[in-house]
Design a protein around this ligand. Sequence first.
Ligand SMILES: [Fe+2]
Length: 201
Amino acid sequence: MGKHSLPSLPYAYNALEPSISEEIMTLHHTKHHQTYVTNLNAAEEQLEKLTSAGDVKGAIGLQPALKFNGGGHINHSLFWKNLAPHGSHEAKAPSSGPLFEQINKDFGSLDALQKEMNTKTAAVQGSGWGWLGYNKSNQTLEVITTANQDPLLSHVPIIGIDIWEHAFYLQYKNVKPDYLKAIWDVVNYKEAEARLVAAKK
Ligand SMILES: [Fe+2]
């Protein structure tokens, strides 16, 4: 057993339907995320061996595997928590409070934020992530994208959207805008607000 393990989902595999199908959720969690965890543990184990053997070159050669699988584990762990069943208290769009106020200040409205985030996320070439991130240096929420499984390091992640094909293809085929439109019905705004409040401390 390695150091990292697959976190369990805070809801059932079918709980995000119709936005995200049970089939996608099951594969995404038990196969894709599990693979990042398995490969991260293997890479860390190997790194330990190389480091204790004084093999600097070998350790440097492991960096891409650490970044890819470590990023995959971090990003998916955030992603599951920033989703919640449609119609739940958590998925209710905010109409007051710190998240509501910050979004209005930085984007004008939740609609405007969603539009900007969907446009920028749909434009990711190949695989990657769209993020709503908090920029601590200017106390502003901003939309950023990252490639592959690169984790968001420049900002505190508030909401992440997986735009890898494995996240939507079985249900939405090549129509990314439909997936991106539907995902907002299952965004956990309570989690987003908690992350924002913690980031501002
Ligand atoms: Fe994914």
